[in-house]
Structure formats: C-alpha cells, structure tokens
Design a protein around this ligand. Structure first.
Ligand code: LLP
Length: 424
C-alpha cells in the first residue's frame, strides 16, 4: 500500500502520489514542506475499518499524530471519530467536522476549563486517569448540571516492548490508574450523580511491533470488564487505545488482519462496544517531508548532506533515534554507487541529524529528497527553533495540490512577541 511511488519514463522517474510529481509541488510551494496523500489516507482508513469491521469498532483518530484540519476532515468524512488530549485538539476535531459524540478526551492533566469546554461541546467520553481527576470532573459536571460519560483508563502493567519514551502501560509510567484500584474507583464514581460510568480504557504505547503485548493487555482489560460486571457495573464500552506500529525501516509489525482478529475476539467474548484510537498507522505512511540539499560537505572521513529541513521540522530522529527512509525525488539508477552520509539540517546542534550513517545515492546541492513515513508525529511536533518557520503542509488529491498549512513568514513569527512597556 505504498502511496508515494516512482513514476514516469525510465531513467527520469520521479517520486509522486495522487497523480502528481512531488518535484512540481516543490517548485510551487518551496522547500521544506510536508506532503500528505489523500488517496493514501483514504486507503489506510478503509483498510483499517475493514479489518475491524467484524468487531464493529469505533475508530477515533488520535489527533496528536497529525492535527492538520485537512487531515482530520479527510478521516472524519470517512467516518472517523477523534481521540483528543487537550482543549485545543478538541476544537480542531470539532472544526474539522468530527461529531462531538465520537470524541474521546484522553490525557492525565485535563484542567477544569478543558473539562467544562468538553462538556459544553457534548463530547462522547472522558477517559479518566486518576482519582483526583475523577473528583474534579464530577465537580465540574455537577456545577453545569451535566452528566459526564466516563471510562477509567487502566494501567495494565504491560511492557509494550517499544521505545522507552513512548511506552505507556507499565506500572512506572504516569498513565492510567493501577489495575488493582480500578474496582474501588468505580465504586467511587458510582457515588457521583454527575458521572456515568460507561467503560474502561487503556493504551499501552505507540509503535508496537509485536502482537503479544496487545494480547496480554486486552486480556487484562477483558478480565476487568468481567469482574466489574460481576460487581453489578454496566460496562458497555471498551477503549483499547492505539499503538499499532508501521515499518519505518526493517520492523515487521503485526498485520492489520491479526490485530483486527484479536480485537474481534474480545468484542465477541464480552459483547461490548469497542473503541480504538489509532494515530500513526492511519497517517504515518500517508505523509512525507520534502527537503532540498543546500550543501554537501566533506569533513575528513565524514560526508554531511546539509538539507533545508531540520530537527525543528522533524524531531523524531533526534528525540527517539527514529529511522525515516530517505528517497531522492529523482529515482537513482539501480546500479548507482552508494555513499554513506549523515543527512543533517542547518540547526546549530550536533543532534540535528535526520539520518545517521545512511547509504544513499550521491546527492548534490539542489537535489530534492523525501523523508518517508513522516505523516505521523512530524509537522505536529515541529517548532520555530533557530528562528526557522516550521515546514508548511500540503495535501494532494486527484492531480491537485493545496497548501493546507502555509509557511509562517518571519514577520508572523516575530509578531508573536510583545515588548513590555519598559523596553518599548
Ligand atoms: N491513544 C492515546 C491515549 C495515546 O497516548 C496515543 C499516543 C495514541 C492513542 C495513538 O497512538 P498511535 O496509534 O499513534 O501509536 N511522538 C511519538 C509518539 C507518541 C505517542 C503518544 N501517544 C513518536 O513520534 O513516535
């Protein structure tokens, strides 16, 4: 299901998608820029929904993976709900057209103001992560004469076997309530007329490349549902979070079919409404970051390819040591010699490396490259570090392109700051 492929005359094949060569988009938009393929978003959502259709699962796109309104709306039109973790993400989901009833509010630090806004918007579910949050939500809802639908997020103490920074289901992680305390907390929630318990939730981590941690965590969740039901609680929903990995390099994540079958088994066993919160799987491979080579620099044994995208645009390699494949926009000949290089940005930190020790066909100043699988946790984690406006975002559809988040001008960047009176 590769969205971005080489096409054209042999010897001059160019990377493209949705009937467009990315070079043409680069000429029009300038580099660096993120580029999303509508057909890829549609195909991925369709495949995901098909794999989970026997489970009749509700798919709530994890907006944290990509909060561009055009991306959210593309998915919402296909039927996606949204998993949000802040008032800001909630507003983005609403603005993009997600039905409030299909919005799930996750996160460990919801403020009273965010709770009030979410209640006013009539969102479908709060995933509550602690006792103090439960009490706060009960108060805020009572003050507005409303009833909040809640699921308790459980920490199942399962190691997702993923990168340390994105594993969320171990006892030592800050997420969820301890498994053994869930029952007592449900009793507490039941005492509040302003809360309606609808289910339990969990999310054990992101970029999972094995099925067994999912299996172990879902089994724990299912057991808890059974226990709570024995205790007389009407548990009608089970939110299994996101986390299904994608192949960035040589990983072999579980197939969508195996993941769907696992969830279907849980659904049939419990007779329960399933929600899932995929982010990366839906949008990661549907986006690329396009950059242009500024210089090629030889320092003794090392060759640095200096490009115009940097860690402020794509921080995953710096932050997690993540691997993003790099393809030149003009396809290299099959027998082109490879050179091992570091692909780096202009930011003044040695950590500003987009690819370390990467064998690539020879690149020269002016060449265009694509950093692949950058649709998830790419643009959304960008910053203006080093006075660099983050890369703009472009969406492709049926031979057309649209700039869906323009490049900020330096003037706009500077206009964010206000001088105090004493410096005026
Ligand atoms: N639900 C919850 C409660 C989450 O915390 C997350 C991700 C998801 C769903 C979506 O997970 P996904 O399907 O995308 O794996 N910045 C990191 C990833 C952070 C993930 C945080 N939570 C990265 O670039 O790899």
């Amino acid at each position: 299901m590769d969205a971005f492929t080489y096409r054209g005359e042999s010897g001059a094949r160019e990377l493209g998608a949705d009937g467009l060569a990315l070079r043409a988009v680069a000429d029009s938009v300038g580099t660096p820029f993120y580029c999303y393929s509508s057909s890829a978003l549609e195909a991925r959502y369709g495949a995901f929904a098909a794999a989970l259709s026997p489970a009749r699962a509700r798919i709530c796109f994890a907006v944290k993976a990509n909060d561009n309104l055009a991306v959210i709306r593309t998915l919402a039109r296909l039927g996606a709900g949204a998993d949000v973790v802040s008032g800001g993400e909630m507003l983005a989901a609403l603005k993009a057209g997600v039905a409030p009833a299909n919005i799930v509010f996750s996160g460990i630090g919801k403020t009273a103001a965010e709770m009030a806004a979410a209640l006013d918007a009539r969102i479908g579910q709060f995933n509550v992560e602690s006792e103090p949050e439960l009490e706060r939500l009960a108060e805020v809802a009572a003050a507005r004469n409303q009833r909040a639908s809640i699921a308790l997020r459980i920490n199942p103490d399962i190691d997702a076997g993923t990168h340390e920074k994105i594993a969320t289901g171990r006892k030592r992680d800050k997420f969820g309530v301890p498994y053994d305390e869930a029952s007592a907390l449900y009793a507490r929630a039941a005492a509040h007329a302003s809360l309606q318990i609808v289910g339990i939730a969990m999310h054990i981590g992101s970029q999972l490349t094995r099925l067994d941690p999912f299996e172990a965590a879902f089994e724990r969740a299912a057991k808890l549902v059974e226990t709570l039901r024995r205790e007389g609680r009407a548990i009608t929903r089970l939110d299994l979070g996101g986390g299904l990995g994608i192949p960035y390099h040589n990983e072999l994540p579980p197939s969508l079919e195996a993941y769907g079958a696992l969830i279907t088994r849980i659904e049939k066993r419990l007779g329960i409404e399933i929600t899932v919160e995929p982010g990366r799987w839906l949008v990661g491979p549907a986006g690329v970051l396009i950059a242009r080579v500024i210089y090629v620099k030889h320092n003794g044994e090392k060759t640095f390819v200096i490009v115009d995208a940097a860690m402020n645009d794509l921080i995953r390699p710096t932050l997690y040591g993540a691997h993003h494949r790099i393809l030149p926009l003009r396809e290299a000949a099959a027998d082109a010699p490879l050179e091992t290089v570091d692909v780096v940005g202009p930011v003044c930190e040695s950590g500003d490396v987009l690819a370390f020790g990467r064998p690539l066909p020879k690149l020269e100043a002016g060449d265009l490259i694509a950093l692949m699988d950058a649709g998830a946790y790419g643009a959304v984690m960008s910053s203006a570090y080093n006075g660099r406006p983050p890369a703009p975002e472009v969406m492709l559809k049926d031979g057309r392109h649209a700039v869906v988040r323009p490049r900020l001008t330096i003037d706009a960047l500077l206009a964010r700051d206000v001088l105090p009176a004493w410096l005026g």
